[in-house]
Design a protein around this ligand. Structure first.
Ligand SMILES: *Cc1c(COP(=O)(O)O)cnc(C)c1O
Length: 227
């Protein structure tokens, strides 16, 4: 086995342990975050069974997609989105986790009109309420979700968040709890959501405990990034 394949198996089994330890039973999918990794590393993870990959930078992703067009990969866009990139993102990705304002959602929707399957989207929320961080503020979430849910070429799947970094797991837990609360509130309002995209290499066990259904893991799978 290659080291990527070994690490993949180790992560999948630690996802299962985290579920057992926390007594939760939601389905948790691994999104392999391949930013700054070569196409060959993605190919290796694919050969080991991984199908869903997340990228942050459009041009880098397009280059790798071209090199990997023989593989049946589901591509997730998880990085910040500039308006002038929405056309290409809507055409070249299956999922977008980082929808952080209505205008971006509308542009993605318009750009997806010629494809029969809707773009699968999560709304990114700003849980730390820092003006500098991207994401919809909790106070604006309901209105934004209501508008996005009406867009015909997007399928709203749930919420994504990146907590403010902390070494303290209880601080991270508190932030994940808040995302979960927002998610539960939307479910109670009748939105049919199934995706809570929280948790990265260092905190995915805590995110799973708080209900994560997708964990976005880069360095624990591929090793440290060069940039
Ligand atoms: C880079 C990145 C990840 C993965 O981070 P790791 O700590 O390497 O697992 C997850 N989500 C987003 C949005 C990222 O930008």
């Amino acid at each position: 086995m290659t080291s990527i394949s070994k690490r993949l198996q180790a992560i999948l089994s630690s996802i299962e342990s985290a579920k057992q330890h926390a007594h939760v039973d939601q389905t948790v999918q691994l999104l392999a975050v391949s930013k700054a990794q070569a196409a060959a590393a993605i190919r290796e993870a694919y050969a080991a069974g991984q199908r869903q990959f997340g990228e942050n930078y459009l041009q880098e992703a397009l280059d790798k997609q071209a090199q990997l067009s023989d593989l049946a990969i589901l591509w997730h866009f998880i990085g910040p989105i500039q308006s002038n990139k929405t056309q290409s993102i809507a055409q070249h990705f299956d999922w977008v986790h980082s929808v952080d304002r209505l205008k971006i959602a509308q542009r993605l929707n318009d750009a997806r009109a010629n494809i029969s399957t809707p773009l699968q989207v999560c709304v990114q929320i700003n849980i730390s309420n820092e003006a500098s961080k991207s994401g919809v503020l909790v106070a604006d979430l309901q209105a934004t979700v209501a508008a996005i849910a009406k867009l015909p070429h997007l399928q709203l799947r749930g919420l994504m968040a990146i907590p403010a970094p902390s070494q303290d797991l209880s601080v991270l837990r508190q932030q994940f709890k808040q995302v979960r609360q927002c998610y539960d509130n939307l479910l109670a309002l009748g939105y049919q959501l199934d995706t809570l995209s929280i948790g990265m290499s260092d905190d995915y066990a805590v995110a799973i405990e708080q209900g994560a259904t997708i964990v976005r893991i880069g360095s624990a799978l591929f090793g440290a990034r060069a940039k």
